[in-house]
Design a protein around this ligand. Sequence first.
Ligand SMILES: Nc1ncnc2c1ncn2[C@@H]1O[C@H](COP(=O)(O)OP(=O)(O)OP(=O)(O)O)[C@@H](O)[C@H]1O
Length: 235
Amino acid sequence: MSLLSTRGLSKHFAGLTAVNDVDFDLPEGQIRALIGPNGAGKTTFVSMLCGRVELSSGVVMFEGRDISVLPAHKRIGLGLAYTFQITSVFGNLSVAENVALAARRRVKGAMVAQVVTEALGKVGLADRMEQNAADLSYGHQRLLEIAMGLAQAPKLLILDEPTQGLADSEISDFKALIRDLANSTTILLIEHNMNVVMELADFITVLDFGQVLAEGTPQDIRANAAVQAAYLGTV
Ligand SMILES: Nc1ncnc2c1ncn2[C@@H]1O[C@H](COP(=O)(O)OP(=O)(O)OP(=O)(O)O)[C@@H](O)[C@H]1O
């Protein structure tokens, strides 16, 4: 059984079909990359998985349960965590307080501090706990968001362009982080950096004009002529 799957998932915005009849299956334990040209529908697709965007038609299943109309906070409760391009960090709170907010959804009392320390340790921000989140670089704010996701001990972690804003030197740490997280969490990653995709992903789904253009291993996708024409040739 897939951890997450969709059938016939579509989203129409007035006159525009952003996601068109997508069937998608994500097995537990996989690192899956979702790639495709700008405007292909990637963010809209994962927003429907998370419940941030209402679907127009189709179904979303998580652990065999139909979650298509479940509100976002209930999906988080089931183990579906996500970080998005638009940063959701509270700038006037400390790094630790931001993660504590996420941790309190799951644990209470002294456990909160433990979960916070662990999550920040994993993403490499343990030495910045007391700093105001607003004072972090953009790249570090993205790592803080991942720590906030981890504090919820998710079964599925969805990351929307997590390497955007990271320096080259930080990207190799990021790759190691994702490999480490994959030992305990299934990961769905929207990513434009093809080095990151090809190195990290077990399996890749390519969206184009809201539809699945191709799926396969990194080798399959690299060799796929349609993907080359639609996307890889242009990056
Ligand atoms: N709230 C909205 N209202 C109207 N159109 C939207 C809305 N959100 C997205 N779209 C449109 O849906 C299409 C898919 O957008 P989406 O952001 O999902 O693509 P994407 O693949 O994530 O792109 P990028 O790689 O640039 O982030 C685009 O044409 C976009 O303009």
